[in-house]
Design a protein around this ligand. Structure first.
Ligand SMILES: Nc1ncnc2c1ncn2[C@@H]1O[C@H](COP(=O)(O)OP(=O)(O)O)[C@@H](O)[C@H]1O
Ligand SMILES: Nc1ccn([C@@H]2O[C@H](COP(=O)(O)O)[C@@H](O)[C@H]2O)c(=O)n1
Length: 209
């Protein structure tokens, strides 16, 4: 069976999750169960449970070294071979992996979303379709402030400090240049109806093959 892996990359809070989730939600009722699966790159942040909490707050979470991309690659390869995998789950408030894992079964279409997917050449080789969500950075910052305070247990000063220290510089060093590795660049983030419909049509076409 041919399986297709679609990568959705872009800045933090650019709308990657919304874009991915919208495609999934709009297709899921029309398709056989198990036709599509989603994985988040964030699930592959390195486990830091051996480090004190204060130490974990100092990690640069926007640098490729923060991720276990080798594990992600091996999981993608296993899924492509038709084997299920145990995907880690991540706790942003604790800055480390949770004890549970999530079983992901091999689907014909696998969508993966995350900030640094297209900046790692070895990882990029795993993707059949590469999409970059291109949202202005000031919009991303506003969305991130709101989301991190409401959903990720952060304070306003900590969001501002982290943004200046790592999020913004790493965006320019790694994420923005990776846009050139994309097949499709999607403006206006997670609500670009034309882009969502194009990806949906491509998925439906691939599922008919
Ligand atoms: N086009 C958009 N218009 C308004 N809000 C958006 C848009 N795209 C994303 N959001 C909101 O911004 C926040 C971050 O979006 P999300 O999809 O989680 O970003 P990412 O996965 O890239 O970090 C979420 O609260 C989401 O609902
Ligand atoms: N402990 C952590 C781990 C990650 N982050 C930030 O998450 C961002 C990536 O996730 P998105 O959903 O926003 O794409 C990344 O920019 C990290 O800075 C964190 O703050 N704490």
């Amino acid at each position: 069976m041919t399986r297709t892996i679609i990568a959705i990359a872009g800045a933090s809070a650019s709308g990657k999750s919304l874009f991915t989730q919208t495609i999934y939600n709009e297709l899921i009722n029309e398709l056989e169960s198990g036709a599509i699966a989603i994985i988040e790159e964030d699930a592959y942040y390195k486990d830091q449970s051996h480090l004190p909490f204060e130490h974990r707050t100092q990690t640069n979470y926007d640098h490729p070294d923060a991720f276990e991309h080798d594990l992600l690659r091996s999981h993608l390869e296993q899924l492509r071979l038709g084997n299920q995998v145990e995907v880690p789950t991540y706790d942003y408030a604790q800055h480390t992996r949770s004890s549970e894992t999530r079983t992901v079964t091999p689907a014909k279409i696998l969508i993966i979303e995350g900030i640094l997917l297209l900046s790692d050449p070895a990882l990029s080789e795993e993707f059949d379709i590469k999409v970059f969500i291109d949202t202005p950075l000031d919009i991303c910052l506003l969305r991130r402030m709101q989301r991190d305070i409401e959903q990720r247990g952060r304070s306003l000063p900590s969001v501002v400090e982290q943004y200046q220290a790592t999020v913004r510089p790493m965006f320019y060093q790694f994420i923005e240049p990776s846009k050139h590795n994309a097949d499709l660049v999607v403006t206006r983030g997670g609500m670009n109806r034309v882009a969502i419909d194009i990806i949906k049509s491509k998925i439906k076409y691939l599922l008919q093959e």
